[in-house]
Write a protein that binds this ligand. Structure first.
Ligand code: F6R
Length: 255
Protein backbone atom coordinates (compact mmCIF):
# COMPACT_ATOMS: atom_id res chain seq x y z
CA UNK A 1 0.00 0.00 0.00
CA UNK A 2 1.26 3.43 -0.82
CA UNK A 3 0.36 6.32 1.41
CA UNK A 4 -0.57 9.67 -0.10
CA UNK A 5 2.46 11.81 -0.67
CA UNK A 6 2.88 14.75 1.60
CA UNK A 7 4.73 17.93 0.91
CA UNK A 8 7.21 18.87 3.60
CA UNK A 9 6.18 22.19 5.16
CA UNK A 10 9.76 23.45 5.12
CA UNK A 11 10.79 22.81 1.55
CA UNK A 12 9.64 21.70 -1.86
CA UNK A 13 10.72 18.13 -1.06
CA UNK A 14 8.17 15.46 -1.78
CA UNK A 15 8.21 12.80 0.94
CA UNK A 16 6.47 9.55 0.11
CA UNK A 17 6.11 6.79 2.67
CA UNK A 18 5.55 3.47 0.92
CA UNK A 19 4.49 0.30 2.68
CA UNK A 20 7.76 -1.46 1.95
CA UNK A 21 10.98 -1.15 -0.05
CA UNK A 22 9.50 -2.97 -3.03
CA UNK A 23 6.69 -0.43 -3.30
CA UNK A 24 9.17 2.44 -3.00
CA UNK A 25 11.37 0.85 -5.66
CA UNK A 26 8.38 0.65 -8.00
CA UNK A 27 7.77 4.37 -7.55
CA UNK A 28 11.40 5.17 -8.30
CA UNK A 29 11.26 2.89 -11.32
CA UNK A 30 8.20 4.67 -12.65
CA UNK A 31 10.09 7.97 -12.42
CA UNK A 32 13.05 6.52 -14.30
CA UNK A 33 10.87 4.93 -17.00
CA UNK A 34 8.98 8.19 -17.55
CA UNK A 35 12.28 9.98 -18.00
CA UNK A 36 13.73 7.39 -20.37
CA UNK A 37 10.59 7.29 -22.51
CA UNK A 38 10.69 11.06 -22.95
CA UNK A 39 14.49 11.26 -23.25
CA UNK A 40 16.19 8.04 -24.43
CA UNK A 41 19.59 9.73 -24.13
CA UNK A 42 19.01 10.64 -20.47
CA UNK A 43 21.82 10.46 -17.93
CA UNK A 44 21.06 8.61 -14.71
CA UNK A 45 23.07 9.13 -11.56
CA UNK A 46 23.41 5.71 -9.95
CA UNK A 47 24.14 4.85 -6.34
CA UNK A 48 25.51 1.55 -5.08
CA UNK A 49 24.91 -0.20 -1.76
CA UNK A 50 21.87 -2.18 -0.64
CA UNK A 51 19.21 0.49 -1.02
CA UNK A 52 19.03 0.97 -4.82
CA UNK A 53 19.28 -2.75 -5.70
CA UNK A 54 15.47 -3.27 -5.72
CA UNK A 55 15.18 -0.26 -8.03
CA UNK A 56 17.60 -1.75 -10.56
CA UNK A 57 15.80 -5.11 -10.36
CA UNK A 58 12.39 -3.47 -10.85
CA UNK A 59 13.78 -1.43 -13.72
CA UNK A 60 15.14 -4.58 -15.31
CA UNK A 61 11.72 -6.28 -15.09
CA UNK A 62 9.93 -3.21 -16.43
CA UNK A 63 12.43 -2.84 -19.20
CA UNK A 64 11.88 -6.43 -20.36
CA UNK A 65 8.11 -5.99 -20.20
CA UNK A 66 8.20 -2.74 -22.13
CA UNK A 67 11.11 -3.54 -24.48
CA UNK A 68 12.75 -0.33 -23.34
CA UNK A 69 16.03 0.31 -25.14
CA UNK A 70 18.66 1.73 -22.79
CA UNK A 71 21.47 1.65 -25.33
CA UNK A 72 21.46 5.44 -25.73
CA UNK A 73 21.14 6.25 -22.03
CA UNK A 74 24.11 7.13 -19.84
CA UNK A 75 24.91 6.43 -16.21
CA UNK A 76 27.30 8.06 -13.76
CA UNK A 77 28.14 6.33 -10.49
CA UNK A 78 28.38 8.42 -7.34
CA UNK A 79 31.57 7.07 -5.94
CA UNK A 80 34.36 4.48 -5.81
CA UNK A 81 36.83 3.33 -3.20
CA UNK A 82 40.37 4.63 -3.59
CA UNK A 83 43.03 2.04 -4.20
CA UNK A 84 40.68 -0.91 -4.68
CA UNK A 85 41.28 -3.31 -7.56
CA UNK A 86 38.33 -2.55 -9.86
CA UNK A 87 38.04 -6.29 -10.62
CA UNK A 88 37.20 -7.14 -6.99
CA UNK A 89 33.48 -7.73 -6.35
CA UNK A 90 33.52 -5.05 -3.63
CA UNK A 91 34.59 -2.32 -6.04
CA UNK A 92 31.76 -0.05 -7.07
CA UNK A 93 32.90 -0.57 -10.67
CA UNK A 94 32.05 -4.27 -10.27
CA UNK A 95 28.73 -3.53 -8.60
CA UNK A 96 27.73 -1.03 -11.29
CA UNK A 97 28.88 -3.41 -14.05
CA UNK A 98 26.62 -6.15 -12.68
CA UNK A 99 23.59 -4.20 -11.43
CA UNK A 100 23.43 -1.43 -14.00
CA UNK A 101 25.48 -2.08 -17.14
CA UNK A 102 24.73 -5.78 -17.58
CA UNK A 103 21.37 -6.09 -15.85
CA UNK A 104 19.92 -3.09 -17.65
CA UNK A 105 21.75 -3.27 -20.96
CA UNK A 106 23.62 0.02 -20.93
CA UNK A 107 26.50 0.32 -23.37
CA UNK A 108 29.71 -0.09 -21.36
CA UNK A 109 31.12 3.11 -22.83
CA UNK A 110 28.06 4.98 -21.56
CA UNK A 111 28.60 4.02 -17.91
CA UNK A 112 31.14 5.98 -15.86
CA UNK A 113 32.53 5.25 -12.42
CA UNK A 114 35.13 7.43 -10.67
CA UNK A 115 38.62 6.00 -11.16
CA UNK A 116 39.79 5.22 -7.65
CA UNK A 117 42.95 3.59 -9.00
CA UNK A 118 44.18 6.58 -11.02
CA UNK A 119 47.83 7.54 -10.60
CA UNK A 120 46.72 11.16 -10.37
CA UNK A 121 43.56 11.07 -8.27
CA UNK A 122 43.02 14.84 -8.28
CA UNK A 123 43.12 14.89 -12.08
CA UNK A 124 40.77 11.89 -12.28
CA UNK A 125 38.31 13.66 -9.98
CA UNK A 126 38.44 16.83 -12.09
CA UNK A 127 37.94 14.75 -15.25
CA UNK A 128 34.92 13.02 -13.73
CA UNK A 129 33.25 16.29 -12.83
CA UNK A 130 34.02 17.61 -16.32
CA UNK A 131 32.59 14.47 -17.97
CA UNK A 132 29.28 14.96 -16.18
CA UNK A 133 29.17 18.60 -17.25
CA UNK A 134 30.19 17.70 -20.82
CA UNK A 135 27.12 15.53 -21.42
CA UNK A 136 24.88 18.27 -20.06
CA UNK A 137 24.53 17.02 -16.49
CA UNK A 138 22.64 14.22 -14.78
CA UNK A 139 18.89 14.14 -15.43
CA UNK A 140 17.86 11.95 -12.50
CA UNK A 141 20.09 11.10 -9.57
CA UNK A 142 19.28 8.04 -7.44
CA UNK A 143 20.61 8.34 -3.87
CA UNK A 144 20.81 6.29 -0.71
CA UNK A 145 21.74 7.81 2.65
CA UNK A 146 24.30 6.72 5.22
CA UNK A 147 23.49 6.27 8.90
CA UNK A 148 25.46 9.47 9.49
CA UNK A 149 23.54 11.33 6.79
CA UNK A 150 26.15 11.02 4.05
CA UNK A 151 25.11 11.16 0.40
CA UNK A 152 27.60 9.70 -2.00
CA UNK A 153 30.61 9.46 0.28
CA UNK A 154 30.22 13.06 1.41
CA UNK A 155 30.68 12.58 5.11
CA UNK A 156 29.47 15.10 7.74
CA UNK A 157 31.46 18.31 7.38
CA UNK A 158 31.49 18.18 3.57
CA UNK A 159 30.83 21.55 1.98
CA UNK A 160 27.43 21.75 0.32
CA UNK A 161 29.11 23.13 -2.81
CA UNK A 162 31.81 20.44 -2.91
CA UNK A 163 32.73 18.80 -6.23
CA UNK A 164 34.14 15.38 -7.13
CA UNK A 165 37.19 14.70 -4.95
CA UNK A 166 38.96 12.21 -2.73
CA UNK A 167 37.58 11.96 0.79
CA UNK A 168 38.46 10.04 3.93
CA UNK A 169 35.74 7.67 5.09
CA UNK A 170 34.58 7.82 8.69
CA UNK A 171 35.02 4.78 10.90
CA UNK A 172 31.20 4.58 11.06
CA UNK A 173 30.94 4.32 7.28
CA UNK A 174 33.73 1.75 7.09
CA UNK A 175 31.98 -0.32 9.76
CA UNK A 176 28.66 -0.07 7.92
CA UNK A 177 30.32 -1.29 4.71
CA UNK A 178 32.37 -4.06 6.36
CA UNK A 179 29.48 -6.41 5.49
CA UNK A 180 30.73 -6.32 1.90
CA UNK A 181 34.31 -7.11 3.03
CA UNK A 182 33.89 -10.40 4.95
CA UNK A 183 32.76 -8.38 7.99
CA UNK A 184 36.34 -7.17 8.37
CA UNK A 185 36.47 -3.39 8.75
CA UNK A 186 40.24 -3.47 8.23
CA UNK A 187 39.62 -4.52 4.62
CA UNK A 188 37.38 -1.52 3.90
CA UNK A 189 39.41 1.17 2.12
CA UNK A 190 40.10 4.34 4.09
CA UNK A 191 39.37 6.71 1.21
CA UNK A 192 36.98 7.11 -1.68
CA UNK A 193 36.46 9.32 -4.68
CA UNK A 194 32.97 10.78 -4.60
CA UNK A 195 30.83 13.22 -6.49
CA UNK A 196 30.55 16.28 -4.26
CA UNK A 197 27.33 17.53 -2.73
CA UNK A 198 27.49 20.39 -5.21
CA UNK A 199 27.85 17.85 -8.03
CA UNK A 200 24.80 15.96 -6.79
CA UNK A 201 22.77 19.17 -6.49
CA UNK A 202 23.45 19.92 -10.18
CA UNK A 203 21.27 16.93 -11.18
CA UNK A 204 17.93 18.09 -12.58
CA UNK A 205 15.93 15.70 -10.37
CA UNK A 206 16.92 13.68 -7.32
CA UNK A 207 15.26 10.62 -5.80
CA UNK A 208 16.58 9.53 -2.41
CA UNK A 209 15.53 6.17 -1.00
CA UNK A 210 15.93 5.01 2.60
CA UNK A 211 14.72 1.80 4.18
CA UNK A 212 14.74 0.40 7.70
CA UNK A 213 14.78 1.80 11.24
CA UNK A 214 18.54 2.23 11.08
CA UNK A 215 18.07 5.09 8.63
CA UNK A 216 15.26 6.82 10.56
CA UNK A 217 17.56 9.18 12.49
CA UNK A 218 19.49 10.22 9.40
CA UNK A 219 16.25 10.82 7.49
CA UNK A 220 14.72 12.92 10.28
CA UNK A 221 17.88 15.00 10.62
CA UNK A 222 18.12 15.53 6.86
CA UNK A 223 14.49 16.59 6.49
CA UNK A 224 13.73 18.31 9.79
CA UNK A 225 17.08 19.31 11.27
CA UNK A 226 19.13 22.35 10.38
CA UNK A 227 20.54 22.69 6.89
CA UNK A 228 24.21 22.48 7.79
CA UNK A 229 27.48 20.85 6.74
CA UNK A 230 27.26 18.46 9.69
CA UNK A 231 24.21 17.01 7.93
CA UNK A 232 25.15 16.28 4.29
CA UNK A 233 21.70 15.16 3.15
CA UNK A 234 20.13 18.34 4.54
CA UNK A 235 21.64 20.05 1.47
CA UNK A 236 18.94 18.36 -0.63
CA UNK A 237 16.48 20.89 0.78
CA UNK A 238 18.24 23.53 -1.34
CA UNK A 239 17.19 21.71 -4.52
CA UNK A 240 13.88 22.32 -6.26
CA UNK A 241 13.08 18.77 -7.42
CA UNK A 242 13.76 16.12 -4.78
CA UNK A 243 11.61 13.10 -3.97
CA UNK A 244 12.26 11.11 -0.79
CA UNK A 245 10.97 7.53 -0.91
CA UNK A 246 10.83 5.82 2.48
CA UNK A 247 9.45 2.69 4.03
CA UNK A 248 7.53 3.08 7.29
CA UNK A 249 10.55 2.24 9.46
CA UNK A 250 12.77 4.85 7.82
CA UNK A 251 9.97 7.43 8.24
CA UNK A 252 9.35 6.55 11.89
CA UNK A 253 11.25 9.50 13.41
CA UNK A 254 9.69 12.18 11.20
CA UNK A 255 7.43 14.52 13.10
C1 F6R B 1 26.68 4.46 -2.53
C2 F6R B 1 26.69 5.69 -1.74
C3 F6R B 1 26.28 5.74 -0.31
C4 F6R B 1 25.13 4.79 0.04
C5 F6R B 1 24.88 4.83 1.53
C6 F6R B 1 23.78 3.87 1.93
O1 F6R B 1 27.09 4.69 -3.85
O2 F6R B 1 27.06 6.69 -2.28
O3 F6R B 1 25.92 7.06 0.02
O4 F6R B 1 23.99 5.17 -0.66
O5 F6R B 1 26.04 4.51 2.23
O6 F6R B 1 24.22 2.56 1.67
P1 F6R B 1 23.20 1.35 1.76
O7 F6R B 1 22.20 1.53 0.69
O8 F6R B 1 24.06 0.13 1.51
O9 F6R B 1 22.61 1.39 3.13
Amino acid sequence: MIYPSSVSPLTSLRVIVAADPAAAAELATTRILTLLHSKPTAALGVATGSTPSPVYRALSRAQLAESLDLSRARAFALDEYVGIDARLPQSYRSVIDAEVTEQLGFQRSHVSVPDGSAADLAAAARDYEAAIDAIGGVDLQILGIGHNGHIGFNEPGSAHDSVTRVVTLTQETREANARFFDDNVELVPQQAMTQGIGTILKARSIVLLAFGAGKAGAVARALEGPIEEASPASALRKHSDVTILLDEAAASMLS
